[in-house]
Design a protein around this ligand. Structure first.
Ligand code: NAD
Length: 468
């Protein structure tokens, strides 16, 4: 067990107050995180403001190199980061777990290096020249969740740095240590103050709220729940901050009548149970046509039954525990309620500690809480439909609009249904796939703005139009 530090102006900074970060598989303390005060935040913002005066003036080549150097650092320390991530987050080392997440973070960092936003010439004639420039904004505040902490920190920090901003990042108290270490590593290749970290337990100190209000921060990029996102939006109004909000989802999957249940079972399972269901754009409710309903339920249960669940540090584990008690209790409450009305195909009873087995509950109706609320855990509700128009209507009958999917042998027919779904990403015969060159974001209450690609990079800039 060790003490972890904030990084402010390139230096490790400890806090008088600390809090325990627990291993969700064992309950053991993984490390002590600093519980930052408002003064620490002020120091971090001040350091980032000073660094901005020079970093915003660096050449493109310098920033490209910085992103590449960060990618290389992540690669050099991949196993160390993966081990730490597994111990604090719970996800297994293997499969779509910690090693995958750290590899993804490295790949995303490298891809961000390759992005650019060149000056756009809007007009160049005898009336004059009009150019659109994209300028860095200042200090970006990054607030991240506990489910994919390292990957999401990279999604926030790299485009900010690439476009000439400086950053103060605050991870979730449920899995902050790998991010604190990541920022230390970034500071080995960046000038002091370009990326700073702070951290709080959210009980005695809530630095996320303080960041949203801070007059020295120009933009907040926030990934987390809809409720907290609303608070960020309200608090940020006073200083008219720019916002990118990546919020919760309640993604629907629609299975059309022509599928082969056995052929889609694996894709359905991982669409829903990636990271134990603790993924924003996981499939959180499944609508299946009555003609293939029994077959899909059986094939999905057969696939899920064979998945090894265990401590993430064991190489054989494919799914781990739920990350924290609050989330565990929510999953249990929704599953207990669903069991009264639906049919348990698999799981349904909690395991030891924070372990909860993959749970499939069939025969639910569209208004069951496991269907209408974001469970964010290993429990999938399955709803039978007889008319595809009903399935589309029910899929869209949600305040959320992050992702959705359609499953069919007829890709053209699936594309037609997909285009009618109200969500930022929609997949055919898969669910949740993302890539660094494709913008990702939610519609409706799932957020505002996008990440990734040139569109995502542009969100870290102000437009300045120059007339000459
Ligand atoms: P959360 O909203 O509880 O916490 C997110 C972050 O906000 C944490 O760092 C937390 O410390 C901080 N925070 C707490 N109170 C705050 C306040 N008043 N002001 C500002 N920040 C505050 O979310 P979580 O439980 O960590 O993450 C799970 C949620 O995140 C799920 O709803 C999931 O769908 C969503 N999520 C969305 C995406 C996406 O890209 N759309 C990705 C991952 C997770």
């Amino acid at each position: 067990m060790s003490d972890f530090s904030m990084t402010i102006n390139g230096q490790p900074v400890s806090a008088a107050d600390q809090f325990d970060v627990k291993n969700p598989a064992t309950g053991d303390t993984v490390g002590l995180a600093p519980n930052s005060s408002k003064d620490h935040l002020d120091l971090a913002v001040a350091a980032a403001q000073v660094a901005f005066t020079t970093w915003s003036q660096t050449s493109d080549a310098v920033r490209v190199q910085a992103c590449q150097d960060i990618a290389a650092k992540i690669g050099e320390h991949a196993e160390e980061l993966a081990q730490l991530l597994t111990r604090e987050q719970g996800k297994p080392l293997n499969g779509i777990g910690s090693r995958f997440e750290i590899g993804g973070a490295q790949a995303w960092a490298a891809h961000t290096a390759s992005l650019s936003l060149p000056v756009k010439v809007l007009q160049d004639n005898e009336q004059g020249r009009v150019e659109l420039h994209r300028k860095p904004m200042g200090v970006v505040g990054s607030i991240t969740p506990w489910n994919w902490p390292v990957m999401i920190a990279v999604w926030h920090i790299l485009p900010a740095v690439r476009s000439g901003n400086t950053v103060v990042v605050k991870p979730s108290p449920y899995a902050p240590l790998s991010t604190l270490r990541l920022v230390e590593l970034m500071n080995q290749v960046l000038p002091p103050g370009v990326v700073n970290s702070v951290c709080s337990d959210d009980r005695t100190s809530n630095i996320g709220a303080a960041m949203s209000a801070h007059p020295g921060i120009r933009k907040i990029v926030f990934t987390g729940s809809i409720n907290t996102g609303k608070k960020v939006m309200a608090t940020a109004a006073d200083t008219v901050k720019r916002l990118t909000l990546e919020l919760g989802g309640n993604d629907a999957g629609i299975v059309l009548p022509d599928v082969d249940p056995k052929a889609i079972a694996e894709g359905l399972f991982w669409g829903a149970f990636i990271n134990n269901g603790q993924t924003c754009a996981a499939m959180k409710r499944l609508y299946v046509h009555e003609s293939v309903y029994d077959g899909v339920c059986a094939a999905l249960a057969d696939y899920a039954r064979a998945i090894p669940v265990g401590p993430g540090t064991e190489e054989a584990s494919v799914l781990g525990p739920i990350n924290n008690r609050m989330q565990f209790d929510k999953v249990q409450r929704l599953v207990d309620a669903a069991k009264q009305k639906g049919r348990v195909l698999l799981g349904g009873e909690p395991g030891e500690g924070l372990f909860f087995p993959p749970t499939l509950i069939a025969d639910l109706s569209h208004d069951d809480p496991l269907v209408t609320e974001e469970q964010f855990g290993p429990a999938l509700p399955i709803i039978k439909y007889s008319n595809v128009e009903d399935a589309i209507r029910q899929a869209n009958d949600s305040p959320n609009g992050l992702g959705g999917s359609v499953w069919s042998r007829d890709v053209e027919k699936a594309r037609q249904v997909a285009s009618r779904m109200e969500c930022g990403s929609v997949w055919i015969n898969k669910h949740g796939a993302i890539q660094p060159n494709a913008p990702f974001g939610g519609v409706k209450s799932s957020g505002c703005g996008v990440e990734f690609g040139e569109e995502g990079l542009a969100e870290y800039t102000d437009i300045q139009v120059m007339f000459s």
